[in-house]
Design a protein around this ligand. Structure first.
Ligand SMILES: Cc1ncc(C[n+]2csc(CCOP(=O)(O)OP(=O)(O)O)c2C)c(N)n1
Ligand SMILES: [Mg+2]
Length: 349
């Protein structure tokens, strides 16, 4: 359990791992590569837009692209996803428009509305609360006799929240078709992962809950894909939940409001840069003879188009009216909220 499942090593060559090895068709490999590159490019664009004052905040997924895309790519479009907030790669795989996500980080009320139409819950800022929603939705699928599953995307820090424990325990007892996908990116803001658990790994906790626990190299997209595919199959077959710990690294500060140089070293960043998930898969694709000039040109063109669309959706867009905050809490506004809205409006006036 300690040794993460790895199919492609940091140098881009295949490892000796056999249990999870499977030959994915070339078009799947190309699709995975394309999504890795586009996620990274859009992530840069999101950070830039925040720096230019167009977004209130942004939480970068740089370094975690393989963990996110690998896990999301092998699921069905009807499997419900419950993201935390750093899952750009997951959103893109699910077909959520970057402009929709930009609306969230801009603070517009409609940010998140498009998510549910794609079987993806809106992002959850209150840490780990969505783990319980994922289990509830999994139990609903179970009772409706559907063969869909749910995935709770959590961070290492989120596993220390009571909600995570309640969710995992209930899921195991109920044999709910829910996968707990924990991206251990080594940090929860300024708190290192070593302060989140006293046991050997996060995956080991699964023993106590009574579900399989698997550690995977989160910077190896193929390993993340196969480990999630196996967990999904188990859930669909009625064999209950799985806890996956994807070992990865948050390359950027916690959010655009954070200064990570205050708590982590340049050496640590250097070490993790050498394990970059995209460089690794690029070498693998090269060695497999799949990285053609035509592919690179196509990916770059698509990336440029998506970046332009993202920019256009926010640059010059009207600022949201703060009083709209109250409009969509309930189908009909309550007297208390109505009074608060009137107070806010008078203060603004
Ligand atoms: C209930 C709750 N407590 C505290 C916070 C403040 N907070 C925001 S992100 C974060 C750390 C999350 O760390 P982790 O789960 O590892 O996810 P990561 O940010 O590394 O992706 C904290 C403590 C919060 N949003 N919600
Ligand atoms: Mg973390």
């Amino acid at each position: 359990m300690d040794q993460p499942v790895q199919l492609v090593g940091p140098d881009g060559t295949a490892t000796a791992e056999s249990r999870y090895r499977r030959d994915l068709p070339p078009e799947t490999l190309v699709w995975l590569y394309e999504n890795l590159v586009i996620t990274r490019d859009l992530d840069v664009e999101f950070v830039n837009l925040q720096r230019q004052g167009e977004l209130a905040l942004y939480a970068s997924c740089r370094g975690q692209e393989a963990a996110q895309i690998g896990a999301a790519a092998c699921l069905r479009k009807t499997d419900w996803l419950f993201p935390q907030f750093r899952e750009l790669g997951v959103f893109l795989v699910r077909g959520i428009a970057p402009a929709q996500l930009a609306a969230v980080w801009r603070g517009a009320w409609h940010g998140g509305l498009d998510f549910t139409s794609k079987c993806c819950a809106p992002i959850a800022i209150p840490i780990a609360t969505h783990a319980l929603h994922a289990v509830g939705a999994a139990m609903a699928a179970q009772r409706l006799g559907e063969d869909s599953l749910t995935v709770a995307f959590l961070g290492d820090g989120a596993t220390s929240e009571g909600d995570s424990h309640e969710a995992m325990n209930l899921a195991a007892v109920e044999k709910a078709p829910c996968v707990f996908y924990i991206q251990n990116n080594q940090w929860a803001i300024s708190v290192p992962a070593s302060r989140q658990y006293a046991g050997p790994t996060i995956a080991h906790r699964a023993i106590g809950y009574g579900m399989p626990g698997i550690r995977v190299d989160g910077n190896d997209i193929l390993a993340c894909y196969e480990v999630m595919a196996e967990a999904a199959e188990r859930a669909r077959a009625g064999d209950g939940p799985t806890l996956i710990e994807a070992v990865t690294y948050r390359m950027e500060p916690h959010t655009t409001s954070d200064d990570a140089t205050r708590y982590r070293t340049a050496l640590e960043l250097e070490e993790w840069s050498a394990r970059d998930p995209i460089a690794r898969f690029r070498t693998y694709m090269q060695q497999a003879g799949l990285l053609t000039e035509r592919l690179e040109t196509r990916v770059q063109a698509r990336s440029a188009r998506l970046r332009a669309e993202l920019r256009d959706s926010v640059v010059g867009a009207p600022d949201p009216d703060p009083s709209e905050l109250f409009d969509h809490v309930y189908a009909e506004i309550t007297p208390l909220l109505s009074a608060q809205r009137a107070q806010l409006r008078s203060e603004m006036a």
